[in-house]
Write a protein that binds this ligand. Structure first.
Ligand code: HEM
Length: 479
């Protein structure tokens, strides 16, 4: 067998760039070697990752990025056929709707393409929410990842913008109605509404609106998303993956990024193929589900059969859409609530930290944020279900008060109980440890001073990280 690393001309062993394992076979390795010698591809490698991170829960962001990539591909293919025009064709149908109809019924596999793009958007939102809440629960936003979190929040808003602008494009009665609701919500914001009105509405015609939404969906927001994603991944490159959530407030928050560290899995091929595996699985599942449940195009805006339809957005906007059906909740209050949640999310890294809270990241040590995350998840699910089963139906204050109150109460009770149990158990273990230490004596005969262990060493309740700093020292911020 040929030892791939000793082949003549292997530039990867030179200049401090680490050697790599054989890839496929000798011929393919030679081609790779050729490319490497000329393009220095190994220098493009992203940072290596600790072995324990090869677990899907650490890669939720990469799953969103992967789903987003599939959206770009399917979206570009759809661009070949879609016509962003409200002019009526010879059958009296708007061109935008008719071209969508053409994609679904005439273009070979067009129905699969469009359904995949639509379900792919659902997947991006679902995975995005998972990524967001995973970060919320495990405190990944704490130093030094504050900026990653802030850029992520803006990414989330941009993603919602993609959903909003894309929804109008087929120009169905449903999508026009829901976009009208969204736009009137935006216009209800004082000052900002007036400022954005000309941008959104253009000349006040539906053609103007469609052109703006189309430009935003295929050029403007994707460009912003690409720039934000670049910043997000660059920050990830700087800090590396966030370690496990821990009860140790001084736990090291970065890992080594030395490419020759034996404890790390190299980005290529290990991380790359790990991601590729999940990426292929995702695309396969998406196409399978799209093939099993093809999307049907609703009637176009202006058709007689669409007159009775209640305007309804996609599920990921139902929560907001339902909020304006709440008794006493004006559009302004609804938009205000969403703005407060967004600002809270944006500045969360500066709220959940000392002096008010802790540097610990484990949810069991952060009951307030555990409560908030649970409440947000439950609120989102409740709104989405109500939006789905009761579109346009007014929700009386007594009803939403009762449901939201129940959610808050059950959460407070459960979390208080669990937190109390955890603290009792923790204090017992701490007392036992103090006792053990107090029984020992120093060489001079005086008892070993237990206080230091009390002040600085609540035993890490989770297993120590591979490169965690020694407990007696302040952990450096950067690994
Ligand atoms: C389009 C949406 C997003 C994409 C494509 C994306 C992508 C990524 C990727 C690829 C990573 C690397 C680690 C991983 O795979 O988890 C990451 C990490 C991270 N993301 Fe996102 N992200 C998005 C949205 C968000 C949002 C909404 C937030 C939070 C508000 C956020 C906060 C973070 C943080 C704090 C990290 C570092 C976590 C760690 O090191 O484990 N991201 N993101």
């Amino acid at each position: 067998m040929v030892d791939r690393e000793t082949l003549p001309g292997d530039s990867r062993t030179a200049g401090g760039v680490p050697p790599y394992r054989p890839l496929f076979n000798r011929s393919l390795d030679r081609i790779w070697d050729f490319v490497e010698a000329r393009a220095g591809t190994s220098r493009w490698e992203l940072r290596p990752q600790p072995d324990f991170t090869f677990n899907p829960s650490y890669w939720t962001g990469a799953f969103v990025a992967n789903a987003f990539l599939v959206q770009v591909v399917t979206g570009l293919l759809l661009l070949f056929y879609y016509i962003p025009s409200v002019s009526l064709n010879s059958l009296g149908q708007p061109e935008a709707w008719a071209s969508t109809y053409y994609i679904v019924h005439v273009v070979p596999m067009g129905w699969l393409l469009l359904t995949s793009h639509l379900y792919g958007a659902y997947a991006v939102f679902f995975l995005g929410f998972v990524h967001y809440f995973r970060g919320f629960y495990t405190g990944v936003y704490k130093r030094p990842r504050e900026l990653s979190w802030m850029v992520g929040t803006i990414l989330l808003v941009a993603m919602l913008g993609m959903g909003f602008t894309g929804y109008l494009l087929p120009f169905t009665a449903l999508s026009v109605g829901a976009t009208d609701v969204g736009i009137s919500l935006t216009l209800s914001i004082p000052t900002l509404g007036q400022l954005t009105a000309p941008l959104l509405l253009a000349d006040g015609t539906y053609q103007g609106l469609l052109s703006r939404m189309f430009a935003a969906h295929v050029v403007l927001i994707p460009l912003a998303l690409a720039a934000l994603l670049y910043a997000h991944v660059s920050l990830f490159e700087i800090h590396g993956i966030a370690p496990r959530a821990t009860s140790d407030p001084r736990a090291k928050r970065n890992f080594s990024k030395e490419h020759d560290d034996p404890k790390l899995g190299k980005w290529f091929p290990k991380v790359f193929f790990y991601m590729t595996k999940w990426g292929i699985l995702y695309a396969g599942l998406l196409f399978l589900i799209a093939a099993a449940f093809p999307w049907t195009l609703p009637p176009y805006f202006g058709s007689t059969s669409a007159a009775a339809a209640t305007p309804e957005p996609d599920w990921y906007f139902l929560w907001l859409y339902k909020l304006i059906d709440f008794q006493y909740v004006s559009p302004l209050v609804a938009v205000g609530t969403v703005t407060v949640v967004l600002l809270f999310t944006l500045f969360l890294p500066w709220i959940d930290r000392p002096p008010l809270f802790t540097w610990k990241t484990h949810p069991r040590d952060r009951p307030v944020f555990l409560f908030l995350a649970n409440f947000l998840v439950a609120f989102f699910i409740l709104m989405t279900v109500w939006g789905g089963i009761m579109p346009g139906v007014l929700i009386p204050a007594t009803m939403y008060g009762l449901y939201l109150g129940m959610i808050a109460l059950v959460n407070v009770l459960l979390i208080s109980l669990l937190y109390w149990r955890y603290r009792v158990d923790y204090n017992q273990r701490l007392a036992a440890r103090r006792l053990r230490k107090g029984q020992g004596t120093s060489p001079g005969g005086s008892p070993v001073r237990p206080a230091s262990s009390v002040r600085r060493a609540p035993a890490p309740a989770s297993p120590p990280m591979p490169s965690a700093a020694p407990p007696a020292q302040e952990a450096p911020l950067h690994g």
